[in-house]
Structure formats: C-alpha cells, structure tokens
Design a binder for this molecule. Sequence first.
Ligand code: PLP
Length: 386
Amino acid sequence: MLSQSSEHIVKNIPFSKLSASGEELMYIEKAILSGYIIGDGHYTKLCQEWLKEHLGAAKVLLTHSCTAALEMAFILADIQPGDEVIMPSYTFVSTANAVVLRGGVPVFVDVRPDTLNLDEAKIKAAVTTRTKAIAPVHYAGLACEMTAILDLAEQYGLKVVEDAAQGICSKYAGQPIGSFGSLAAFSFHGTKNIVSGEGGAIAINDLSLIERAEIIWEKGTNRSQFFRGDVDKYTWVDIGSSYLPSDILAAFLWSQLQDADSITQRRIAIWNRYHQAFEPLEKKQKVRRPIIPQKCQHNAHIYYLLVDSLETRTKILSNLKHHGVQATFHYVPLHSAPAGRKYGRQSGELMVTEKICDRIVRLPLFANMTSEEADFIISLVHESLL
Ligand SMILES: *Cc1c(COP(=O)(O)O)cnc(C)c1O
C-alpha cells in the first residue's frame, strides 16, 4: 500500500464547502418579512447593481444558473440552426448545450498547454462562413487571452460570449473577467467561489442587447418595460423562458457578495500555500503546477496539479481518499463525449486537451479551509509521489 509508512490519519476534507458570511439568514428573513420572495425583488436588484458596478457592465440580470445565463446568451447572439460557435472541448457541458439548444454547432478547439484555456492561435483555422461567435471559457478563474480573441472576433465579425462561470473577481489586464465580450455568464453554483446553491447571472456589455435580454428573461414578455412605465400593458413579444431566481436566493447571494473580497483573499491564501509547497515536486519534474500569465489576476477558483500519467493520478486520488480527502479530476473533453460527437465538430487535433484530461488532479479548496487541512493534503500528495 501507498501509505505503509504513515500513520493512518483520516480527516474528512470535502472538495468544496460553503463558506457562509453569517448574514445569509438575516437577509433571507428580511426577504420573507417583506412579503416578496418572487424574482426581480429587492435583493435581486441589489445583487444586479453590485455586479454591474463591479464589472462595469451595461446591465446584469440574475439567473437561476450559469447554464440559464448561457442559454440566454446564445438566444441573444442570435444563433440559428447550423450556426457555429467556437469553444474549447475542455469545458463544462453547459457551454456547448446552450448552443445546441438553438440548433447551433459547437466547434471544439484545443486549449493552451499553460493555462488550459482556449488556444487563441487555433481559432482562425476553425472559422467558417457559418461561424457566429467565440465562447472563451476562463478555466480556474484564469482569463483567456482576451486581447487576441477580441481582435479575431472583430476581424471576422463574431460575437464573444464569455463563459465566466468560474471567473468572479478575476481580472485580465486590470479589467474584470466578464467585461470583455458582448455577453458573459457567471455561476453561483455551490461549488464556485461566490455561491447561492444554484444561481447565476448574465452580464450584458453590448447596449443594443439590453432590451431583448430583459424580454427573454421575463418569459418573452415586455414585463420589465411595463414596470418601468415604458408601455401601458405587457404582452408576449419574443421567445423567452423563466430565468429568474427567487428573491430568497438573491438574499443569500447578497450576503455572499458582501463577503466576496474576503472569500477571494482566503482562497488565494490556500492556493498560495499549495503552490509554494509543490514547488520542490515541480523542480523534480513530478508535477506541473498552474501557470499564471502576467496579465492575469486570478480568483483561486481551482488548485490543480498535472502529473505524468493516469496511473499516477489514480494513485494520488486513492491515497487522498484513503485519508478522507476528496480530491477529483475534471472534464471529459466534449469532442469525445457521445453528445459532443453527435452535435459538435472538432477543429484540428486536440492534442493538449487529450494529453491533460487524464493527468489533472484538483485539490480541495474553500475559503474556510485551515492551513492544517492544507498541510495535511500537501503531505499526502508528497507521500503519493515518493
Ligand atoms: C459551473 C460551470 C457552468 C455551469 O454553471 P451552473 O451555474 O451550474 O449552471 C458552466 N460553465 C463552466 C465553465 C462551469 O464551470
């Protein structure tokens, strides 16, 4: 066995854990006492204002998930049957599903070996006459090369929809993730940095899309305009769905947003602790640690290690599990998944994606993690690689 030499200590350390601010119940109680818990209420407006301010967006609408925000985004990007959207294969299914639901085709491109983000140098070769948009995914809260991506989008007349699910409080060249594309989708799912269990938001940076965004958000009606007094009755004017979260969830999210800086700083402290501790393993070429480009200020959403093989990864994961630590791998590349093969298309060879997907280990990371917990995990990883 792996851990013959070490005493068998078991600590239950989950992969992620809620780091409550402590004010969640107070805000939820206030929402309930106000007698108004449906969507678009007081706390929804506060959260939207906070996000709008933080991102410098023209408009932000809360949604019940990032998946919903992505669905709205590809309606707004006007994806028609057969239209293509360029995205990494190494992402969550929602990026691709939102395109497929419009009858569009996700076109899978390889990622960069350093950041595991969409490789901007491979976008050009994926462009066809049917290409409508690029969907960069900011993996681990680390920004894609947005300058190059925006240049290409302009050159080919494409919309940019940022999958910023993991990107809250991250920056690229000093500017927040989610403020670059026409549209950006955020997640407040329980596994993300800022959470409401389930939850998300769409940021609209293109002024011309605001009115339609409100309509799609309100089930295809012009209800928002009606409440502002812009029209004297509201009616069905476009396609849409129910994308609003209850104000109870927004109340929860509001308390998390108040704590966003502290949550991010505490995550960064754990991330840095891991990063320092694994430097000797990298020097011995046992692992490759995350690489942070100079322009990127990240939010410590994920700490991962790349190891030499699937075998080594399995060894590390099972040793951690044996000691009660829940570490994990990540995406099955979408181009190789059954639905990806059916609905998508791959552009060129996805060599980096195929090389990294079996070798990535993600370690537990949450704002309330103690340094003792981090050190325990660090020693187990070292022990697994002896
Ligand atoms: C988490 C995640 C999503 C989906 O977010 P939900 O809020 O759970 O719908 C989409 N894309 C990426 C890259 C994610 O990490």
